[in-house]
Design a binder for this molecule. Structure first.
Ligand SMILES: [Zn+2]
Ligand SMILES: [Zn+2]
Length: 296
C-alpha cells in the first residue's frame, strides 16, 4: 500500500542517516496519514479562482477538527519524546490541546501566518522557527485530500511556478520518462503540474546567461540543481521514469536534503514565504472557527 511505502522510505532514510532520526520520526507520523481516505470526507468550498490563483485561495476549509487535534497531539508528543523541545515546547496546557487551538495552528500553517504560530510558540516554550517547522506538517493530510478531490479535473493552462492547489513553491522538478518531461511537484499537497518551459519559477526569467545549474559531487544521484543568478533562487530536479506517488514527495524531498544544503552553501535559496498567500478560512461543523468573534 502506498502509505506503507511512504513510511518505509522514511524508515530507510533513518537507517542511512541516523543523525536525522528525531525529525524523521516526527515526519513519519504525518507520512502515514497522507494517503488516508479518512481526510477526504469534507472537501473545501472554493472561491472564484483564475489562471493566477490556486484552487485553495480564499477557500473555506472544512477539516475534521478532532482528527486535526489528534494529529497535532501526536506530532507534539513524538517531538517531545525525541527531545525536539524547540519544535513542541516543554509545557502542554489543557488549552493548547483543544480542537480550537489545533485548528488555529492548522489555519496559521495553511496561510503562512507566522504571528499566530509565534504566539503558540511563546505559550508552549517552543522556538518560533521550531513551531513553524512542526506546524507545517499539520495541514498536509487535508491538503493531500484536497489535491485528490481535484485529481479528476486537473488544472489546465496552469503556468505558474507555485502550486495550483495550495500555492506553495515546489519541492523539486521531475524529469519524467525517456523524454524527460518536466513536472513540478508540491511538497505540501503532493500535486504535480507540467512546466516544460525552462524559466526561473521564482522570477520568470528565461535568460540563459542568468539560468544555470550547480554541479554537486555525487555522480550516482538522480538529483541536480537548477539555479537563477538573477533572483538567487534554486530548484532541485529529479530524474525518474515515473511520477513520484503523491505521499512520497515529502520523503523524496527529505532524501535529497544534501542538495538543498549545497545550494544554500553557495548562496542560493528558496523564498521563505509561499508562492501565493491563500488567505483561506475555516468552517467546522458544530464549532466556531477560532478566528471568528465569539457571540456571533
Ligand atoms: Zn500544493
Ligand atoms: Zn529567478
Amino acid at each position: 500500500m502506498s502509505a506503507t511505502s511512504a513510511v518505509s522510505k522514511l524508515d530507510t532514510l533513518i537507517t542511512t542517516n541516523p543523525e536525522w532520526t528525531a525529525w524523521l520520526c516526527v515526519v513519519r507520523e504525518v507520512a502515514a496519514e497522507l494517503s488516508s481516505p479518512s481526510w477526504d470526507a469534507n472537501p473545501p468550498r472554493t472561491a472564484v479562482t483564475s489562471d493566477l490563483t490556486p484552487l485553495l485561495a480564499g477557500a473555506v476549509l472544512r477539516p475534521d477538527d478532532r482528527a486535526v487535534a489528534r494529529l497535532l497531539d501526536r506530532l507534539s508528543g513524538v517531538a517531545r519524546t525525541q527531545g525536539l523541545h524547540a519544535l513542541a515546547g516543554d509545557v502542554e496546557h489543557a488549552q493548547e490541546k483543544s480542537s480550537d487551538a489545533a485548528l488555529a495552528v492548522f489555519l496559521a500553517a495553511v496561510n503562512g501566518d507566522h504571528l499566530a504560530l509565534d504566539l503558540r510558540a511563546s505559550r508552549t516554550g517552543a522556538s518560533p522557527e521550531g513551531m513553524r517547522t512542526l506546524a507545517q506538517l499539520l495541514p498536509m493530510p487535508y491538503l493531500h485530500a484536497c489535491a485528490r478531490h481535484w485529481a479528476s479535473s486537473p488544472v489546465s493552462n496552469w503556468s505558474q511556478g507555485y502550486c495550483p492547489v495550495c500555492g506553495a513553491w515546489p519541492a523539486f522538478a521531475e524529469l519524467r520518462g525517456v523524454e524527460r518531461a518536466r513536472h513540478l511537484r508540491c511538497g505540501r499537497c503532493g500535486v504535480g503540474w507540467p512546466m516544460p518551459v525552462l524559466a526561473c519559477i521564482y522570477c520568470a526569467t528565461t535568460d540563459h546567461e542568468t539560468l544555470g545549474s550547480l554541479v554537486v559531487d555525487d555522480k550516482k544521484s538522480r538529483f541536480a540543481l537548477d539555479v537563477c543568478r538573477g533572483c538567487s533562487g534554486y530548484l532541485k530536479s529529479y530524474t525518474t521514469l515515473q511520477a513520484t506517488p503523491a505521499d512520497e514527495v515529502l520523503a523524496t524531498d527529505l532524501a535529497s536534503v544534501e542538495f538543498d544544503l549545497a545550494a544554500i552553501e553557495r548562496g542560493f535559496l528558496q523564498p521563505p514565504g509561499p508562492g501565493f498567500a491563500l488567505r483561506a478560512s475555516l468552517a467546522v461543523a458544530g464549532h466556531v472557527p477560532p478566528s471568528a468573534p465569539r457571540g456571533l
